[in-house]
Design a protein around this ligand. Structure first.
Ligand code: ASP
Ligand code: CP
Length: 310
């Protein structure tokens, strides 16, 4: 595989290879000296057209821990404000020699244009495109679930909230299906996308009954920046029906975990005490994100480096 554009492109073997490699690389992250020489001489470009904290920083940390050179591009402060197109921006960075381009863009499909129209010769990694996909988030989520629950075959994963605007939900649904888990999406009808019936999931409007049989409850952020209409009566009403508070969390089975990709709206989709509770693995998701992104970079670029060196 040359690029990572969609979680749906990963076979079960591909996904397990990434997760198993990440397991080994997590051990590196725990060493006092967190660096491997694997990608020495390779260049990774982080091309961020949309805001990010976790994804941008963890790709940078991952590339540096593998000894790659990293170029960080943020649309804010760049010549994008002068009207430069994605194509010209990508080709400018290509001219500086990019072996991998990690791209986050507000337009769904932007990473595909980069990869398929060959605006870059490097590997393209989708770090979140519009409302479409965020495959490395799904991989780090699956990785985190596996560490707590073991094999995901037959496990019940409930994803709650603003599914309509969520690339995290789509990527998770695709990957978790590949890994044999059962996914239930819980959201108000207005926040479920058209065509969700073609996804490999069940849907429900009732969070109370879903939490009782969930091994994982993954809360999603209400993405106000993508909302141009009113999707629910009020924030208070949303929290009451679709928020995870202590009382709901207490009805989860023993050993079940709470996840959130971040950033969180504390008090909206998740209460502060739940976010900070012992069931919450939200901070761990961030740590695991570095190991998973190291694995993705290593598997996409490492082989090529060996061939080139031979
Ligand atoms: N950070 C995730 C994303 O970029 C989720 C979110 O923003 O709510 O898709
Ligand atoms: N989870 C996630 O993608 O976070 P950022 O938007 O901060 O990168």
């Amino acid at each position: 595989m040359k690029h990572l554009l969609s979680a749906g492109d990963l076979s079960r073997d591909d996904a397990l290879r990434i997760l198993d490699t990440a397991d080994e690389l997590l051990a590196v992250a725990r060493r006092p000296i967190k660096k491997l020489p694997t990608l020495r001489g390779r260049t990774v470009v982080n091309l961020f057209f949309e805001d990010s904290t976790r994804t941008r920083i963890s790709f940078e940390a991952a590339a540096k821990r593998l000894s790659a050179d990293v170029i960080n591009f943020a649309a804010k402060g760049s010549s994008v404000s002068k009207g430069e197109s994605l194509k010209d921006t990508a080709m400018t960075l290509q001219a500086m020699g990019a072996d991998a381009v990690v791209i986050r863009h507000h337009a769904s499909g932007a990473p595909y244009r980069l990869a398929h129209l060959e605006w870059t010769h490097g590997a393209v990694i989708n770090a979140g495109d519009g409302m479409h996909e965020h495959p490395t988030q799904a991989l780090l989520d699956a990785f985190t679930m596996r560490r707590h629950l073991g094999d995901l075959q037959g496990k019940n994963i409930t994803i709650v909230g603003d599914i309509l605007h969520s690339r995290v939900a789509r990527s998770n649904a695709l990957l978790l299906d590949t890994l044999g888990a059962r996914v239930t999406l819980v959201a108000p009808p207005t926040l479920l996308p058209v065509g969700v019936d073609t996804w490999p999931v069940e849907t429900s409007y009732d969070l109370d009954s879903a939490v009782e049989k969930s091994d994982v409850v993954m809360m999603l952020r209400v993405q106000r920046e993508r909302m141009n209409a009113s999707y629910f009566p009020s924030a208070r009403e949303y929290s009451r029906r679709y928020g995870l508070d202590q009382a709901r969390m207490n009805r989860m089975p023993d050993g079940a975990i709470v996840m959130h990709p971040g950033p969180m709206n504390r008090g909206m989709e998740i209460s502060a005490d739940v976010a900070d509770s012992v069931r919450s693995v939200i901070v761990e998701q961030v740590t695991n994100g570095v190991a998973v992104r190291m694995a993705v970079l290593y598997l996409l670029l490492g082989g090529a480096a060996e061939e080139g060196d031979a």
